[in-house]
Every structure is written in structure tokens, then in C-alpha cells.
Design a protein around this ligand. Structure first.
Ligand code: PLP
Length: 388
């Protein structure tokens, strides 16, 4: 190992859920105990309380909690009446759950490229996606916009390019962020988010939520979440729905985590700002646009593709965990390869897949751990494939 004065006492975690749990354990134990005492495991009082708290946090008029971020996308697009013959634009560089519901509902995802700087949908690619859908004899009806790694996309530019398409905001990674255009949760026709444990606001299992300002869509989502049941007469099944409810226990846990969430987001910003300052001269660091906060679901550098494996191995050898999100763009995945994509490929999505490298990011990284990570990453970037 190159000489260094920074040292650490415990292994560095990529995302440290245990540190957060240690901080909140008594409150979470008490919240779980309250659910066990009242026994309303399905749609208990914590569900409505959590939905209200999330509406307060985001400014969204209606919040419908559900079983996962994937279900939020599915229920949202069922409410938008998506079906065969419809096409939905979707970035090629995102998590596999993003296009899943489009395909499950019999519609066609059309993959478009992202911006090389902020990794989000490139508004300049939208017109090409709409034209391609029409060329294939499909109706372009919507676009899924992903706030990748926690940074809100440029929704004003996307809305201008998307015309009358609806916008489904996939905010699985960006809940709690805002931009000069507003808060995450208010950008799309519908916003879908996730409480998977490793997301910035995570529960202890699967969970998700649908956010919208449109009362009509909210009522349909509530009905779909509960087997298509009428919200007025519980014996009237008015549409095909799903079992997509959030567990009361998860809502109880989320209510406790929400109390420290905004502070945690600030701690993440501090870590990201230190990383950006430390790496700006030797790697492509993520953008921090004026007036926009990211919640840093991931802190992701771009490094030379030919050296990424060696950098990752060198960091692993000195106890710095890293991850690659995402190693393969979706239009290259077996399940999605036959769907249309714009142009001769998605060159930016393809390049990013080979260049991205995410560093440890969570609110509980100590100053010493941050120093250690910064020194080791600088060495690895400078040494490249030489053994550390
Ligand atoms: C995590 C994630 C999802 C899916 O959320 P789940 O709760 O795991 O179903 C969807 N889209 C993106 C971009 C994600 O990161």
C-alpha cells in the first residue's frame, strides 16, 4: 500500500444500513411493537399517516403507498391505461425495473439515449423516439424519466420536447431531491418511488409509492392497488387490479426513518461535495447544478473504460467497496434486445456502462472514512493498473 496517514477502524460499507439502524433502533422497535399491539397488519393506521407525511415532504397532492417501486410504475401505468399498440419512451441507461411494466402491460418500450454529463434522459433524443414509435405503427403515449443516482432530470426541457406525452417520473433514487423547477414528486403526471432498503429512504423489505397531483388518477391507483375495488363500495370490483399494498409494518418503520431523512440527505450532500472537490482534477465527477440537490442514491465517477476493472480491484484490495451501475444498457439485455431503440445504438448509454464506478455513499461515513476513501481512490486513479 502506498504510504498514507489516514486509517480506519472498521470495514467501510458501500451503503451502511446498520449504522442507521443503530441510531434509530429504539424508535423502530417501539413502532413495530405498536403494530403488533393493534394487529392491523394490512392497511393499518400507519399507512395513511405515512402517505400524509410523504405528501408533506414532497408537496405532492396525493400519495398512494404500494408494495414496491416496480409496483408503483405498474399501477401508475395501469391507471394511465397503457396497453398493446402503445409505445413509451424510456432511457437505455437505468435499472431493469424501469421498462418492465411497459412490456408487462403489452406496450412497447422505445429506448432513447441519455446525457453523458448527468446520466438522465437527453431531451434532444425525444423527438427521434416519438418518430420511431410512429414509424413502427405504434401510438407514442408517454415517457418514463429516471432521476438517475438521485439527481432530478431537467423536466422543463423534457416536457417541452415530449409535447402531449404523459410523463412517468421514476424517482426510485431521487425522493427528497429538488431543482429550481420544484420538488421530486411533483414533476411527472405520476411519480413512482421505491423504499427498497438501499434507496435513500428505505424500509426493511419492499415498498414503494405513487405520487400525483391529479385526483382522478390517484383514485384509480388506490383502486388498482386493492384488486380494482371501488373506493366507495368495497364489494364492487370495478377494474382489474393487483395486490399492491404496502405492509403496515413497513409504513411504521418508514415513519421513524422519515424523521431523520432530511438530515441524512444533508449528510449525503456533504460527502458528495467533499468527493467532488477531491476528484475533480483526476476524474469526471458528477454534476452539481446550481439550485439542484441530488439525494446521492449513488456517487458515480466516470473513469477510463480500459482501466475500470483494475481501479475497482485496487480499491477492493485496500478495503474500499465500489459498484458498477449499470454494466449493460437495457437495449443489450436479453429480455429487451428485440425492442426498438433510436439510431444505430445508444452510444452514450453504451459508453457509460463501460465507464461508471460508484463509490461508498451513505450519511454515516465518518470524516476519517471519507479521508481514507479519498486517498485510496486518488491513488487508484493515478496508478491505474499497477498493484496498490
Ligand atoms: C430500485 C429501482 C426501481 C424499482 O424499485 P423496487 O422497489 O426495487 O421495485 C425502479 N427504478 C429505478 C431507477 C430503481 O433504482
Amino acid at each position: 500500500m502506498a504510504d498514507s496517514n489516514a486509517s480506519i477502524e472498521r470495514p467501510i460499507e458501500f451503503i451502511d444500513l446498520a449504522a442507521q439502524q443503530a441510531r434509530l433502533r429504539p424508535q423502530i422497535d417501539a413502532a413495530i411493537a405498536r403494530v403488533l399491539d393493534h394487529g392491523q397488519y394490512i392497511m393499518g393506521p400507519e399507512i395513511a399517516a405515512f402517505e400524509t407525511a410523504l405528501a408533506d415532504l414532497t408537496g405532492a397532492k396525493h400519495v398512494i403507498s404500494c408494495a414496491s417501486g416496480t409496483d408503483a410504475l405498474l399501477i401508475g401505468m395501469m391507471a394511465l391505461d397503457l396497453g398493446p399498440g402503445d409505445a413509451v419512451l424510456c432511457p437505455g441507461f437505468t435499472y431493469t425495473a424501469t421498462p418492465e411494466a411497459i412490456a408487462l402491460l403489452g406496450a412497447t418500450p422505445i429506448f432513447i439515449d441519455v446525457d453523458a454529463n448527468d446520466f438522465n434522459v437527453d431531451p434532444a433524443r425525444i423527438a427521434g423516439g416519438i418518430a420511431l414509435a410512429k414509424e413502427k405503427g405504434l401510438r407514442p403515449v408517454g415517457i418514463i424519466v429516471v432521476d438517475l443516482f438521485g439527481l432530478p432530470a431537467d423536466y422543463d426541457a423534457i416536457r417541452a420536447a415530449a409535447g402531449d406525452l404523459w410523463i412517468m417520473a421514476d424517482a426510485a433514487q431521487s425522493l427528497g431531491a429538488h431543482s429550481p423547477q420544484g420538488k421530486v414528486g411533483t414533476f411527472g403526471t405520476i411519480t413512482a418511488t421505491s423504499f427498497f432498503p438501499a434507496k435513500p429512504l428505505g424500509c426493511y423489505g419492499d415498498g414503494g409509492a405513487i405520487l400525483t397531483d391529479e385526483a382522478g388518477l390517484a383514485a384509480i391507483c388506490r383502486s388498482i392497488r386493492l384488486h380494482g375495488r371501488s373506493t366507495i363500495d368495497k364489494y364492487d370490483i370495478e377494474r382489474i387490479g393487483v395486490n399492491g399494498r404496502l405492509d403496515t409494518l413497513q409504513a411504521a418503520i418508514l415513519l421513524e426513518k422519515l424523521k431523520v431523512f432530511e438530515e441524512e440527505v444533508e449528510l449525503r450532500q456533504t460527502v458528495a461535495a467533499r468527493y467532488n472537490t477531491a476528484f475533480a482534477d483526476i476524474a469526471a465527477v458528477p454534476p452539481m447544478p446550481e439550485g439542484t440537490t441530488s439525494v446521492w442514491a449513488q456517487y458515480t465517477l466516470k473513469v477510463p473504460a480500459a482501466r475500470r476493472d483494475a481501479i475497482q480491484a485496487a480499491l477492493k484490495a485496500v478495503g474500499v467497496p465500489t459498484a458498477v451501475y449499470y454494466p449493460r444498457p437495457l437495449h443489450h439485455q436479453g429480455a429487451y434486445r428485440h425492442y426498438p431503440f433510436v439510431g444505430n445504438g445508444l452510444p452514450t448509454s453504451e459508453a457509460l456502462s463501460a465507464e461508471v464506478l460508484s463509490l461508498p455513499m451513505h450519511p454515516y461515513l465518518s470524516a476519517e472514512e471519507q479521508d481514507y476513501i479519498i486517498e485510496r481512490v486518488r491513488e487508484a486513479l493515478q496508478n491505474g493498473d499497477e498493484p496498490a
